[in-house]
Design a protein around this ligand. Sequence first.
Ligand code: GN1
Ligand code: MG
Length: 357
Amino acid sequence: MLASILEIYGFKPEEWITEPFGTGLINHTWLLKKNDEQYILQRINNNVFKDPYAISNNIRLVGDYLQEHFPDYFFVTPIHSIDGREIVQNDDGYFRILPFVKNSVTYTTVESPELAFTAARQFGKFTHLLAEFDEKLLKETIPNFHNLSLRYRQFEESLQQGNKERLSIAANISKQLEKYRYIVDEFEQIKKSPQFRKRVMHCDTKISNVLFDKKNCGLCIIDLDTVMPGFFISDVGDMMRTYLCPVSEEEKDFSKIEVRDDYFVAIVEGYLAEMKSDLTEEEQKGFIYSGKFMIYMQCIRFLSDYFNNDVYYGAKYEGQNFNRAINQLNLLQRLEEKEESLLQRTKQHKYIFMSKK
Ligand code: GN1
Ligand code: MG
């Protein structure tokens, strides 16, 4: 299946070794190797990304803009096939090849506040450099991807139409989640507020999407499929969701779930180092909210998928999406408990501090 794709790029299939690569849940990724030459080959999941060309158009528009205005900024774009295409298609789906960034290091958990700071700065820088770029030119590669109102409706639908046995197993968790409806109401306010503008967001800011060098300096951000217009709470919120806690969304020992103050400070400082002058006062007041927003949204996405028989995320074992949802609910609870102390730790940023109710 992959051989015919390699040929479209002028690669001789017999010369290349392909091995599965990375931890993504949606696309398929392989490392392509020939002596010391390396590339990343990906099959785009077109059940999720219904219009794969929207991805390549977005990346090209952003890439061209960055190349023109900030030629030193390191931005990884797909290589072209012999006939100049960024995405190629065969009976098995849509594929692309990206250069492998040599000597880069990746992490799946955030092991130090410095790493969190650097990653937050990388994502902040990306949006900051694109502040003058017209984000309306970009398509939503997944329509309504981070529209919490829609995600909540989908959750409600899954409660009506989902797998009955699973609904009953998870009844207690579903009940607890309904109590967090206020997070959706706050999102409705944000959507209406002229103080919150849409910007170019990455929308998947987990640590494995930042490449570091051997000294842990940030090299670049990767996994650009979900680059689209959005509110800053998408990127900052997903950093909180994935950097604050020492264990990942896969952890089943929920007692290990905690919120680390130092990592919160690091995200705030790293992001504001690039974005402070871009964000309005109201937006800065939304820092803590952003964490709740993304954790809650991920929680209901995992739980809805559990009710819908794991059609979206898949499951390696029975109940995986249920466990992920419980994990995220615990994280949300820990974040709420810590809210006051987190605000105290970032007191010098007066608007963040003012978010106190
Ligand atoms: C998915 O495929 P991956 O791991 O990059 C998902 C994100 C979730 C993440 C949770 C397109 O990302 O929204 O945060 O799983 N991407 C899509 O692990 O749904
Ligand atoms: Mg991703």
